[in-house]
Design a protein around this ligand. Structure first.
Ligand code: GL4
Length: 829
């Protein structure tokens, strides 16, 4: 049989070219073949979208080739793999990123131009894959790119939502949410694996049975659905390695519920089966509040259960002893969302693989690592015990057992300190008894990571203080990073070319530390000239977009001042708007000659508010109301413009970030665990106006405080200032702008009342009032610096030059070496 298989393989090998060819003629043939046979359009008549489809299918072929080779190579080498479990990935578009990582961008551009198409135009046809909310989800996407590029044997696992993050529609200045049925036009970047499926069970009861004289637990489920794999190949840059992001979709199970077909109620039986698909139908659009909803818990378990089955199957293909598991498997929990993986592994090992509890527990403790992305205790996930007990009865038992053992151990370590014991318990006895997912994750992981140094300090001293004191060795941090492939090479090709020219190499695309080489040219007049040109081109691109979208013409000489991110009170978009109102008010009161001294600004904001987050939605409306007033005021003209960019997503970010002169990262200190937007702006040479929060503190270390505009309270000053409150009689400038809104200067007086109440009336939890003065000073410093374009350009070059530390390559290498214990495994060309 072996000989036969081999002969067959050789025959096939002879029939096929080893690799697809990448010369322009071969590429054109492939694109046209796909237009004709995959897209089923005539090769003599097809539009831009169909050309995009043909093009992306030809790229997909090339991805698949490398992906197969990588997977075979991994299988042969059998290295320890990391499995990255995340409920969210914000991948954005794939075409440009893929051809760049495959190293055939220019070849494609050439091939297309010979066919009469422009690469950029076709790339614009692609929709965004938005299977996540914000920073956390985009971080996962960046980390996948780094894992592939650095040749790590890694898998990403997640959910294939049919509806990604909602589309934001602005009507009359109000946000409306529209469903994002992103799969409508097909998705060439995924490969459906109809044979890679696993059953996932829910509900039912747990019974005790005797097996070989041993008591065991048997879970008799009440519902079963099928998880089907969709593989998304993730190509590395400058390597053949192409790893897998495996996303699960829910389908009705064939094994289950056949009974109901025999009752004669055929139609209802079919309809009931269809309900299975709802599990993977929609992404929860709120990234911070967890409401303990059954569907959300089902999603979490669904993706975790399928992933763990897949991982154990892969392990068992090559090994028959679970003692080797920890040498082959590292499981990374991206926040607490996949924390049910812990009880799932215990369940499979104990109930299905018949390991005894202590052996299974020994394995679990060595394979899990957990990264938390949260700063606030209120943000931590809790699962109501009633809900868990009904949906996953066996898991509840297992978690209770883990907790029992943990608390017993703990008593031996800390004695009968009941307050501390109850704070640390995995089970919370409150009005609603619940499971604390974070405590479960900490207890069962060998490493707990924060996402910046400031975050790490907060974990140690506040959020997880009790645990830190118990197990200081478990706690680490890995400051977040973003991939320079997406955030410079794809999104800012002109800057990419300029950097390579001055460094004399493209090696920085894989080794971003080389960017520091730009420092020595920061004051070089030629570089400065070219740098300014590149920035101008990017501003033009952005200005065209703004005009196409809103009809507003903006002046290219103005400072483009950007704040784009999810709308949250702690991110203080309101502070930005109040600052803009202040600027407007000042301009209005100036005489002609003073106005000539004003540095013109285009203030650009954008971001989505969670659908149920009323205050965030009011901030969006306020931004529009203020823009309406300012943009139509002839006294102000080009001195000040305010634009809200609707439906902010990854591809909008790719356009906006390179065009920013200044960007704002102005969260109340101690509230942004890390922040990653700032890193993208920094790489692109935008200057930062920021508070000393999250990773900004580390950015300052890299570029020096003199190269950004820092303001506001420090983390340790916040509690005292909060106590003190904002006194409107002292903060007159602040009081005045709030009053303008209250008095109806921008209309919608009643509607904005509750928004004003959040900063005045004794509360001001996020300290907008007490930071307002220093915020205005930082803004004034930015104006002053902008007038001196030579100085500004030097600061801009130094920002890019100092951004190397904020590459996800550095983060991933640190995780690989210090958390996962995996090694590179590079597929030979
Ligand atoms: C977040 C943090 O809020 C953000 O600061 C951080 O950069 C990101 C990635 O670590 O994780 N946590 C949640 S929840 N959403 C985020 O974006």
């Amino acid at each position: 049989a072996f000989g036969e298989r081999r002969a067959k393989a050789e025959r096939m090998f002879a029939l096929m070219d080893r690799f697809l060819k990448n010369d322009p003629i071969s590429l054109q043939k492939d694109i046209l073949n796909h237009v004709e046979y995959t897209v089923a359009r005539s090769r003599f008549s097809f539009d831009d979208f169909e050309a995009y489809q043909g093009l992306s299918h030809s790229v997909r072929d090339r991805l698949i080739e490398r992906w197969h080779d990588t997977q075979l190579y991994f299988k042969r080498k059998d290295p320890k793999r990391v499995y990255f479990l995340s409920l969210e990935y914000l991948m954005g578009r794939s075409l440009s990123n893929s051809v760049i990582n495959l190293g055939i961008r220019d070849e494609y551009a050439e091939a297309l131009s010979q066919l009469g198409f422009e690469f950029e135009v076709l790339a614009e046809q692609e929709g965004d894959a938005a299977l996540g909310n914000g920073g956390l989800a985009r971080l996962s996407a960046c980390q996948m790119d780094s894992l592939a590029t650095l040749d790590y044997p890694a898998w990403g696992y997640g959910l294939r939502y049919q509806y990604g993050l909602f589309r934001q529609l602005i009507l009359d200045g109000f946000q409306h949410e529209q469903p994002d049925y992103w799969l409508n036009f097909g998705n060439p970047w995924e490969i459906e694996r109809i044979h890679v499926t696993y059953p996932v069970k829910f509900y039912g009861t747990v019974e005790e049975e005797l097996l070989n004289g041993k008591k065991c637990k048997v879970w008799i489920p009440g519902e079963m659905v099928e998880a089907v794999a969709y593989d998304n190949p993730i190509p590395g840059y400058g390597t053949r390695n192409t790893i897998t992001l495996r996303l699960w979709a829910a389908k009705p199970s064939d094994q289950y519920d056949m009974e109901s077909y025999n009752t004669g109620d055929y139609i209802n039986a079919v309809v009931n089966r269809q309900k299975a698909e709802t599990i993977s139908s929609v992404l929860y659009p709120d990234d911070r509040s967890h409401q303990g909803k059954e569907l959300r818990l089902k999603q979490q378990y669904f993706f975790v259960s399928a992933s763990i089955q897949d991982i154990i199957r892969r392990f068992k293909d090559a090994h028959d002893n679970f003692d080797e598991f920890q040498e082959k498997v590292a499981l990374q929990l991206n926040d607490t969302h996949p924390s049910l993986a812990i009880s799932e592994v215990m369940r499979v090992l104990v109930d299905e693989e018949n390991l005894d509890w202590s052996r299974a527990w020994g394995i679990v403790c060595k394979i899990f690592s957990f990264t938390t992305h949260t700063v606030l205790a209120e943000g931590l996930e809790k699962i109501p015990v009633d809900l868990l007990g009904s949906l996953l009865p066996r898991h509840l038992e297992i978690i209770y057992d883990i907790n029992f053992n943990f608390v017993e151990e703990l008593k031996k370590r800390i004695g009968m300190d009941y307050n501390r014991l109850s704070r640390m318990s995995i089970v919370e006895d409150g009005a609603v008894k619940s499971i604390r997912s974070a405590n479960l994750s900490i207890v069962c992981s060998h490493t707990v990571n924060g996402v910046s140094r400031v975050h790490f300090e907060l974990l140690k001293t506040k959020l997880f203080k009790d645990f830190y004191e118990l197990w200081p060795e478990k706690f680490q941090y890995k400051t977040n990073g973003v991939t320079q492939r997406r955030w410079i090479v794809v999104s800012n090709p002109s800057l990419c070319g300029l950097i390579s020219k001055w460094l004399g190499t493209e090696a920085w695309i894989r080794n971003v530390d080389l960017l520091t080489g730009l420092r020595e040219y920061a004051a070089n007049a030629d570089l400065q000239q070219e740098w300014k040109m590149v920035r101008k081109v990017n501003k033009m691109r952005l200005a065209e977009y703004i005009e196409a979208m809103s009809g507003l013409k903006v002046c290219l000489d103005a400072m483009f001042d950007v704040q784009i991110k999810r709308i949250h009170e702690y991110k203080r978009q309101l502070l930005n708007i109040l600052g803009i109102i202040h600027r407007y008010d000042c301009i209005k009161s100036m005489n002609e000659s003073d106005r000539r001294k004003v540095v013109p600004r285009v203030c650009i904001t954008g971001g989505k508010a969670a659908p149920g987050y009323e205050i965030a939605k009011k901030i969006i409306k306020l931004c529009h109301a203020v823009a309406e007033k300012i943009n139509n005021d002839n006294d102000v003209g080009d001195l000040l413009k305010l634009v809200f960019i609707p439906d902010y997503n990854v591809s909008v970010a790719e356009l906006v970030i390179p065009g920013a002169d200044l960007s704002q990262h102005i969260s109340t200190a101690g509230h942004e665990a890390s922040g990653t937007g700032s890193m993208k702006f920094l790489m692109n040479g935008s200057l930062l106006l920021a508070t000393a929060d999250g990773s900004t503190v580390e950015i300052i270390e890299e570029i020096g405080a003199e190269n950004l505009f820092l303001f506001g309270a420090k983390v340790d000053e916040v509690p005292m200032l909060r106590e003190k409150g904002t006194d409107m009689r002292v903060n007159l400038q602040f009081a005045r702008v709030v009053r303008m809104i209250r008095d109806g200067y921008f209309g919608f007086q009643d509607y904005f009342e509750s928004l004003c109440d959040t900063v005045d009336g004794g509360s001001d939890f996020y300290l907008l009032g007490s930071d307002f003065g220093s915020y205005l000073e930082a803004q004034a410093a930015a104006d002053k610096a902008f007038v001196d374009q030579e100085k500004w350009t030097r600061m801009s070059i130094l920002s890019t030059a100092g951004s190397g530390r904020f590459s996800s390559d550095r983060t991933i290498q640190d995780y690989a070496e210090n958390t996962w214990g995996i090694e590179r495994c590079r597929c030979p060309f």
